[in-house]
Design a protein around this ligand. Structure first.
Ligand SMILES: *[C@@H]1O[C@H](CO)[C@@H](O)[C@H](O)[C@H]1NC(C)=O
Ligand SMILES: *[C@@H]1O[C@H](CO)[C@@H](O)[C@H](O)[C@H]1NC(C)=O
Ligand SMILES: *[C@@H]1O[C@H](CO)[C@@H](O)[C@H](O)[C@H]1NC(C)=O
Ligand SMILES: *[C@@H]1O[C@H](CO)[C@@H](O)[C@H](O)[C@H]1NC(C)=O
Ligand SMILES: *[C@@H]1O[C@H](CO)[C@@H](O)[C@H](O)[C@H]1NC(C)=O
Ligand SMILES: *[C@@H]1O[C@H](CO)[C@@H](O)[C@H](O)[C@H]1NC(C)=O
Length: 367
């Protein structure tokens, strides 16, 4: 009964937020294949996180409004016109999305994440900043805005603490799970086009309550946003996305039916798979570096420069020793030379005196 009431109020007051445009619509065009995730992406954001990897995420709005702290990725908007949107560069075809996040508080502020396909199938989670007990789930097929599929799910203080929002999407059903409670199930047979094509994950924050939004949007968002109460911050602690198939490099639409039957999965290692497996080494080094205290960093810098200093000192010392050794050797050589010369001179003198004449001969005869 509750849902019936909701559905009616939805019809009356809610404008719809189905995405209306796509770069290439496979329902009426031949589109390039979608690169697959083909594995599990699992990332926890901390102060050590450097950025949303640009090979995996396309931040299409507000890249300068994302900051990483030990609470997670913080997406903060503080004035009219600001929003943050990040979308995955990879697609999943069935699978699971698990986001641990704390929604932004603030009337009219929407913290959201959704799965979205090229032909505008869509599965959403939208959390109003002014509603502390309910979060909105929604879905669309083919971007059909005449559908009213929205349903509110119970959640205790989405803006007060981290919650686990999970969407499990299969050929049979869509499940919205809040903190382990399966709050909503939509079966394949539900009226309207069921979401069934490869989808990206999009997440972000925007102000449905901004004065520039249409009246219906402001109402849906929970009222007008008071920017003086900002900044409004959505905090994403972690994101885990599991693609429905593994060892898949891309998904292609086999025809223009928009049916899951027509989707062709191309086998192989996906770009995302390669990035995730290569990234780990570099990322961990960068993360370790970012995680070090200033003292440790200085220590390492000193250590590294110290190493070079050592090399220089060692070389200099070597050179000096070499030169000293050289000088010492020369001194010995000089002394030897002098001694030799002296001996020679003495010999000459004695020879001149005829001292050796006999002795030499005698010696020669004997040998
Ligand atoms: C394809 O469909 C989209 C809506 O899904 C529409 O906006 C676009 O104009 C269509 N393109 C063609 C070539 O028919
Ligand atoms: C990022 O998204 C925008 C908007 O959809 C698109 O035009 C652009 O090509 C995307 N860039 C990448 C690298 O995917
Ligand atoms: C929160 O959402 C529920 C469900 O739509 C609604 O009944 C309730 O009035 C909302 N509360 C606020 C404060 O907007
Ligand atoms: C989040 O919820 C999903 C679904 O109940 C569960 O499988 C997953 O383990 C949870 N994640 C965490 C980190 O608790
Ligand atoms: C758990 O989910 C059910 C729907 O399956 C819902 O009626 C109930 O309110 C939820 N409980 C909590 C605590 O969220
Ligand atoms: C992945 O797909 C490729 C291409 O079909 C195949 O050669 C390879 O054996 C598969 N790897 C695994 C682990 O299934």
């Amino acid at each position: 009964m509750f849902h019936t009431t909701l559905a009616i109020s939805a019809l009356l007051s809610i404008t719809t937020y189905a995405q209306t445009s796509t770069l290439c619509d496979p329902l009426n065009s031949t589109c390039p294949p979608d690169s697959a995730l083909g594995t599990t992406y699992d990332e926890t954001f901390t102060a050590q996180t450097v950025e949303l990897n640009p090979n995996l995420w396309n931040v299409t709005a507000g890249s300068d409004l994302i900051h990483f702290t030990n609470n997670g990725a913080e997406l903060a908007i503080s004035q009219s016109g600001q929003s943050v949107t990040a979308q995955s560069t990879f697609y999943i075809f069935w699978g699971q999305v698990e986001i641990i996040m704390q929604a932004a508080s603030g009337t009219g502020i929407i913290s959201t994440f959704d799965l979205l396909s090229d032909d505008l199938d869509e599965i959403d989670m939208e959390i109003m900043g002014g509603n502390t007990s309910w979060v909105e789930s929604n879905w669309y097929g083919w971007g059909d805005q005449t559908q009213y599929n929205s349903e509110y799910l119970e959640c205790d203080g989405p803006q007060q603490k981290m919650h686990n929002y999970t969407i499990v999407w299969s050929q049979e059903q869509i499940q919205w799970i809040v903190d382990g409670n399966v709050s909503r199930i939509v079966p394949y047979a539900a009226p309207h086009q069921y979401p069934q094509t490869p989808s990206i994950l999009k997440f972000g924050i925007w102000a449905g309550g901004d004065a520039t939004e249409p009246e219906g949007t402001i109402q849906w968002a929970g009222g007008k946003t008071d920017w003086s109460k900002g900044p409004f911050t959505m905090t994403v602690q972690s994101i885990k996305i599991t693609d429905g198939s593994t060892n898949t490099s891309s998904y292609a639409y086999g025809d223009r039916s928009g049916s899951y039957n027509s989707i062709q999965a191309v086998a192989g290692e996906s770009t995302a798979y390669k990035i995730l497996n290569k990234q780990s080494t570099l990322q961990s080094v960068l993360q370790i570096w970012k995680g070090l205290s200033e003292g440790a960093k200085i220590g390492i810098v000193c250590g590294v420069s110290g190493f070079f200093a050592c090399v220089i000192v060692a070389c200099t010392v070597c050179c000096i020793i070499q030169r000293k050794k050289g000088r010492a050797e020369k001194a010995i050589a000089d002394k030897e030379w002098d001694a030799h010369t002296n001996e020679l001179m003495e010999y000459r003198v004695r020879m001149a005196k005829g001292e050796f004449a006999v002795a030499h001969l005698t010696h020669g005869e004997k040998s």
